[in-house]
Structure formats: C-alpha cells, structure tokens
Design a binder for this molecule. Structure first.
Ligand code: IVH
Length: 722
C-alpha cells in the first residue's frame, strides 16, 4: 500500500515514529539536560531517518529533525482552545457565605453525603491533555475558553508525567491542576536571579508565572516548578469515576501528582474544622495556600447542580485574608519628620491585607524607591511586614501600560517651601533645614515630646499636637515651639480650632460629608467650655515636670540621643547644666556616647532657640537634674539587661529602679553584662545570656538585686553563673 504522495505507508509511519523519538531525545538533551539516549543510539536513529528521507524526499518537511538543530525555542505562545471550558470559583469570605452556599446546594439536591476539602494553592491553573496516555499539550487558563500553549515548558516540570502509567486511562484526558513554586523553590529562583544581576520576583506566584511563560524552555527547566491536580475537563473513553475523590485516586494511580492533603468529610462542621485547621497551619505546606476549596464529592450531584456562567455551583473557595495583595500605586508623596527628614511614601488604592485596610506605606528614602523599581501608576505587591507595617514589595512590571512615571524627590519642603538639603554629599536622606519654623517639624516634635519615650503625656496625641502648633484660630499658635508647652493656660486652649491630619502622612483628613478638610475644636465643647481633656492635659503636664532627666533629654529631639544614650548621659552627668557645659571630649568620654553623638549634642546646644527651650522648661519647673540617692549606690558599676515583660515593673520603672541605685541598663547582652533580668516571653537576649554564661534573674531575683545588692542576687540566679 502506498500513500497518495507515493511514499509507502510503512515508510511514512516509521518516519513519523523516528521523528517523534528524536524530538523527544533532543528535548531531553537540550532542554532538560538529562539525555535518555546514548550518543550512539541517537546517531543510529538519525541515520535511519536520513536514509528514509534519501529514499523518499517527500518526507523531508521543514519540521523534520534532519532540518533542525538544537533546542526548540518558542517565539510566541500559540493560543489554543481548551477541550472544555475552564471555570473559576465563587468565594466565601466568611461563615455566612459558606453556609449560604451549602444551603443552596442542599435545597437543590438534598442532603450531601460527602464534601471534598483541599487547600487552595496560590499558583496558576493549567490544563494538560493526555492522548492515549501521552502528554500532548499543556495550556494556561487564559480566558477560560482558550489559553497559551506552554507544552514545552510544562514538560520540564518533574512531577508532570509525559506518559501515564498503569492502565484504564481514557483515550483523551484533560487534567486540570495548579502549577506553583514551593516557598523554598521560590527562594532558590530569587537567589539565582540575584546572582545573574536580575530583579527578584515578588512572590512565589509571580515567579511561577514568569517561569511558565519563558520563551526558552531551558530556563523553565531550571526553575523548580511543581504541580498538583485539582480536577479534570475532557474525559473521552474509558470508565468514568463517580466522584471527585474517585477521580483523584484514579489519576494518582496513573502517576499524576495528586495531593495527599485532600479530605472527604460528611458534615459542614467537619468542613469548618478543615478550614480552621489550615487557617492555623497555613504555613505548614511547602507551597503558599490562599484558602480551602470545598467540593460536593459525588459527580451525579455535581451534574445536577451545574454551573453559572463563571463558576460551578458544586464548589466554593474559602479565602483566607491575603497576606500579600496587588494594588495600584496612585502616587508617591513625601512626609516631613521630626528631624526634618524627608520620607517618600506610597499612596495606594486602599486594599485589605492581613486583616486591615491599607492605603499608605513608607518607601524610606529615594534610594529605596530606586531599588524597588516602582513607578507611580504601577500595580504593586503589598505585604504586611511582620504582619504589622505595610510594605511595598515590588512592582508588577507585566501590568504596565506605559502611563507610569518615575518619582523624583522634591527640591523644596512640601509644608514650608524651604529648599531641601543633604547634609553631607554621601547622605541618603535629605532634610528640611527649617527646624525652627517648619510646621511639619513643629507638629511632629511636639507629638514626640508628649510621647511614650519622652514626657509620656497621654492627653496630648497627634491631633492635639497639630492643634497647638497649627490652629485655624487664633492666628497665632499658643506654642511657638515645644518650649512653651509647660506654660499653656486654659484660656489659650479653648478657642483653638484645627484641621485634623493623618498621623502617617501629615495630610489633612477629609470630612466624608462635606468633602472639606475635617476641622475640630479640640479643647472646648459646643458651649465653649473646657472638655475633660483640658484638665487631664494640665494635670499630666504638671506630673511630667517630675520626669527623670533622661526623659527630658530624649524630649529635646537631639539627633542620636534616644532613651539609651540619654540614660547614659543622665547617669554620668547628673544635670542638664553639666551636659550643656561639657566639652565635646567630656561628652565623648561618657560610656555609650561616642564622638559622633558628642558632636551632635554640642551642635544642638550651640543654637540659641534650642537653649531657650531648655530655659523655658526649667523656668516652668521641669526637673533638670537627677536627685542623687541619699543612701549608698549599691548598683554602682553594675550593668543590667532586661528582657521580656515583668509583672510589677514596666520597662521604664525597672530601668529607673536600677538607675536610682547607680546601675546601668543596657539594650544588649555582652560579656560585660552583670545580670540579665528575664520576664514573660523573653527574646533572644535570654538565649544569649545563657550562651555567654551571664547570670540570669527572674522577677523575684531582680527584687533581690534591687533590695540587697549584686552579691545577694548572685545567689538566686537561674542559670550557671559561670
Ligand atoms: S478547583 C471550576 N481546586 O483557584 C474550577 N481550584 O480561584 C475548579 N485553585 O482557577 C477549580 N487550588 O486555578 C480548584 N484545590 C483547588 C485549587 C484551585 C487552586 C485555583 C484554580 C482556579 C482558581 C479559582
């Protein structure tokens, strides 16, 4: 028998067979880097193919292996239709949604005997077509009707079999599943990116998507992509299973990657327990999961329930609150800090991430904006760092449309218009030098003066600090700067109206009803009489005058002088006058204070209006020296570190108790540390103490130290006092 072109059928069949084998061998050699044929065998196949083509030149087509060399490269992904439509899932965001879904199901088909629950993997949907057990195509989801042909790339995934094993598979099987990177694989990919000088991927999902859509399958082959099955589309021939779980077990038997985390349960209570379990063990899986998918297990019921245009009625996705989301970066603005530092921050389309709505995130400085490569208008990946502080992780460059623009640092202060400066050429930060009059700096400083690490005045929050420095009426603010704080009177406070500002950005808040900036009378009620806060404020100001010297020092906002340095200074120098009159050398000689800090202190006191602040506070009765304890100083020369929370002491009162007795409290454990005091849930400082053999005291031991001194305390330590 001959084919129409005069080539015998047997020769044509053999040609096709050889071509396929050689293609496969080429692929394994060039793309997967794991040849399965020896060179000799490969040559033999090639020779046979050439011989056939010599005899029947009609067989020489452009895609014959004899006409091509090397690895196949994808120039463009062809769009191919899915054998059956790929749908999406409806979401349940809360228990009501979930129960409502179940109610609809039960109403339609009666009691459901079995629900299948499985993790919802945060990856990309894929359809794999097996014909007679051979993988012939891998297609991305696309729009659900047709997707991109990524066959060559899919074949590089280790867990995807190119041939099904076992028996009983249908002639055509369209396997559906999720392609993903494990978290570890993701880090691996990013390390390789960094080594190659390329930008890192923002998350495993983006990295998986980028890897699957590589034009060069050799690149995909180096990415540790993985896949798990979550269903099937077309199933032609063979015996069909009668449940979702049945189909999983069949597919597992054919060598397809089926998760062993799925469970079939009988009741909605069990469904909820499954959901709860993964809510708590969300990070126990090697891959990222963003929810749980619940499916009615039996196929007859699935068929009766059918689908909407978008999603099947027999399944629902329970979504956990995302820890990372995409949102639009609408703008990059700058804020002015207490020391004049200009900080860029992102203004975003508000989104919910890890349980709260986020609209702003700091970008730290200009260098950070450049490093992240974000443009205004970008879609960005947003995450809660440590689940608290929102952080812009990276842009999603694939979603740019050309309208994005680069951010440039302003040249002038956004609040006072002063030309911004970089103090040193090498500085990363730029600052507003108008410390004396810049309204932003005044507001931020006053807020800080009242803050926890300074005078600790509860009644003076951000709105109050704004009101005192930027009132709408009267035109002159009652405080020119923080120097006037302790001289405030009720008469000054009552008339003040102010625009409410956002603490994070310093921008005016807008009143939802009027669309105008929100204005408040902060200290007076409607009748013009003092609100409770006035009395509280005046009382707290009175109390604050008795705060120890170190807190007064912190309140001055001297660069580099935070609580720890301030405590060192106060302990050694004892009074504000001593610090003010000390030479740079004397300051630098204080333990914990080096030359940089000494210069900063000297520079600060060299400014007239700075000294005026101190003078005004002193005149108002603020304590300017630490009372020397009359009695002995039992902890003279003793260095203590406190970690964890104590029952009867706040961190500050514990610190002060040590200092009153002449001791020193330090922030980090070293060989020089005499005692580490350990409360509830201590941090790594405890481990370090044990490692260095520093004596550890519990709260009772700490009281012994305070009351009876270091020798007595050594007898009650918790660990070997080596
Ligand atoms: S079942 C008819 N099961 O989530 C659609 N989907 O948000 C049936 N996904 O497009 C999908 N894990 O790509 C199913 N265990 C899982 C899944 C899962 C992740 C993806 C899938 C789907 C998307 C819907």
């Amino acid at each position: 028998m001959t084919a129409s072109n005069g080539v015998p059928a047997e020769a044509a069949r053999r040609h096709a067979e050889l071509s396929q084998e050689i293609d496969e061998a080429n692929y394994r050699y060039y793309v997967l880097d794991s040849p399965t044929l020896s060179d000799a065998e490969y040559d033999r196949l090639m020779r046979e193919l050439r011989a056939l083509e010599d005899e029947y030149p009609e067989l020489v087509t452009p895609d014959s292996p004899t006409q091509r060399v090397g690895a196949p490269l994808i120039t463009e992904f062809a769009t191919v239709p899915h054998l059956e439509r790929m749908q999406s899932l409806d979401n349940a965001m809360n228990v009501e949604d979930l129960l409502a879904w179940d109610e609809r199901v039960v109403k339609e088909v009666g009691k459901v005997a079995a629900y299948l629950c499985e993790p919802k993997i945060d990856g990309l949907a894929i359809a794999l077509v097996y014909e007679n057990g051979r993988l012939v195509r891998g297609v991305t989801r696309g729009d659900g009707r047709a997707g991109e042909d990524v066959t060559l790339n899919v074949r590089t995934i280790d867990s995807v079999p190119t041939r099904l094993t076992g028996e009983g598979w249908p002639e055509v099987l369209e396997v559906r599943g999720e392609v993903f990177l494990t978290v570890e694989g993701f880090h691996q990919v990013n390390e390789a990116q960094a080594e190659a000088g390329k930008p890192p991927f923002a998350n495993p999902r983006n990295a998986a998507a980028g890897s699957l859509r590589q034009k060069d399958p050799r690149v995909t082959a180096r990415r540790p992509l993985d896949m798990l099955v979550h269903g099937f589309g077309a199933w032609r021939g063979g015996k069909r299973p009668d449940s979702q779980s049945g189909s999983y077990e069949l597919m597992r038997g054919w060598g397809l990657p089926v998760s062993d985390r799925y469970r079939v349960v009988q009741t909605m209570d069990e469904v909820r327990a499954y959901i709860e379990y993964y809510g708590e063990h969300r990070h126990d899986t090697a891959y990222e999961i963003d929810g749980v998918v619940v499916k009615v297990d039996q196929f007859p019921l699935q068929r009766r329930l059918g689908s909407t245009s978008r999603a099947p009625r027999w399944a629902i996705a329970w979504k956990y609150p995302p820890e990372e989301v995409n949102t639009k970066l609408l703008d990059i603005k700058v804020g002015v800090g207490r020391t004049g530092r200009i900080t860029p921050y992102g203004v975003m389309q508000p989104v919910e991430v890890a349980g709260s709505v986020v609209a702003y995130a700091t970008l730290h400085n200009e260098r950070e904006v450049k490093r992240k490569g974000v443009l205004i208008g970008d879609t960005v990946v947003l995450r809660k760092a440590g689940d608290v502080i929102p952080e812009i992780v990276a842009p999603v460059p694939g979603l740019r449309d050309g309208s994005e623009r680069e951010f440039s640092m302003p040249t002038h202060c956004p609040e006072c218009g002063t030309k911004l400066e970089r103090e040193k050429e090498s500085d990363v930060d730029i600052r507003c030098p108008n410390a004396r009059r810049c309204p932003a700096q005044l507001r931020e400083r006053l807020f800080f003066v009242a803050g926890r690490s300074a005078f600790d005045i509860d009644a003076l929050g951000y709105v109050g600090a704004t009101a005192l420095t930027q009132p709408l009426e009267p035109s002159e603010p009652p405080v020119e700067n923080e120097g006037d704080l302790f001289d405030l009177t009720v008469e000054q406070l009552l008339p003040i109206k102010t625009v409410v500002r956002d603490q994070r950005t310093g921008l005016p808040r807008i009143d939802e009803k009027t669309g105008e900036p929100k204005v408040v009378t902060f200290f007076a009620n409607k009748e013009g009489r003092p609100k409770k806060i006035v009395h509280k404020l005046l009382q707290e100001l009175e109390e604050a005058k008795k705060q120890p010297l170190w807190r007064v020092l912190v309140a001055l906002s001297i660069r580099h002088v935070g609580p720890s340095v301030a405590q060192d200074l106060a302990r050694e120098m004892r009074s504000m006058d001593a610090i003010r009159n000390a030479s740079e050398e004397e300051l630098a000689a204080v333990e914990g204070v080096g030359p940089t800090i000494a210069t900063s202190i000297k520079d600060w006191f060299a400014v007239d209006w700075h000294r005026e602040i101190v003078d005004k506070w002193a005149a108002a009765g603020v304590r300017m020296e630490d009372e020397t304890t009359a009695g002995p100083r039992p902890l003279e020369g003793v260095s203590v570190v406190i970690t964890g929370s104590l029952e009867e002491f706040s961190r500050d009162s514990a610190t002060e108790a040590v200092q009153e007795r002449g001791g020193r409290v330090s922030g980090s454990v070293s060989k020089k540390t005499d005692f580490v005091v350990v409360g509830e849930s201590p941090g790594s400082k405890y481990d370090k103490a044990v490692k260095l053999g520093v004596p550890v005291l519990d709260e009772a031991g700490f009281r012994v130290l305070l009351n009876e001194g270091p020798e007595a305390a050594k007898n009650v330590t918790q660990s070997g006092d080596a």
